[in-house]
Design a protein around this ligand. Structure first.
Ligand code: CO
Length: 167
């Protein structure tokens, strides 16, 4: 199969909070082919151009259960890499375990210029599929656990603003 999107690599506009598409529930991905790969490539281009930690497909107007997370590499003061860039591409994700509670400050590319503190599970286990439809599973805590929950919310039409007690 081939799609017209196949030849493109592109930064997509990111929808902002007032857009009703961000309030809809995304659909399960059933086809693991070129157009899914293209969508994910576009999402990484868009995420990099916006300097974010994560992006969900509905944020670029595609109501499919796909999100990406990229935790940038860390360097010491001499410029030596302490931890490498971590990338997570999750298709049809589902939490299978959530534990504890922690509050952390969050922002969202769809809510520019605003940050707020949100309580979420402190440790999660998530299962999903990769680009080829193969099952994958991650356990995460700290920042990554928060980002996974934030991006998952986008697939359910939930914004982190909804989870702030006093915005
Ligand atoms: Co967001």
């Amino acid at each position: 199969m081939y799609t017209i999107l196949g030849a493109w690599m592109s930064i997509q506009p990111i929808l902002t909070a007032e857009n009703k598409l961000l309030r809809q529930k995304s659909k399960k991905v059933t086809r693991f082919g070129d157009s899914l790969r293209q969508l994910v490539d576009d999402m990484y281009d868009t995420l990099h151009s916006a300097n974010g930690l994560g992006l969900a497909a509905p944020q670029i107007g595609v109501l499919q259960r796909v999100f990406i997370v990229e935790i940038p590499a860390e360097y010491d003061e001499k410029g030596k890499e302490i931890s490498p860039t971590e990338r997570y591409t999750l298709i049809n994700p589902e939490f299978i375990r959530m534990r504890g509670e922690a509050e952390m400050e969050e922002g969202c590319l769809s809510v520019p210029g605003f940050r707020g503190r949100v309580k979420r599970a402190v440790e999660v286990t998530i299962k999903a599929q990769d680009l080829h439809g193969k099952p994958i599973r991650y356990r995460a805590d700290g920042l990554l656990a928060h980002v996974l929950q934030h991006e998952y919310d986008h697939l359910e039409g939930v914004l982190y603003l909804d989870r702030i007690e006093s915005p």
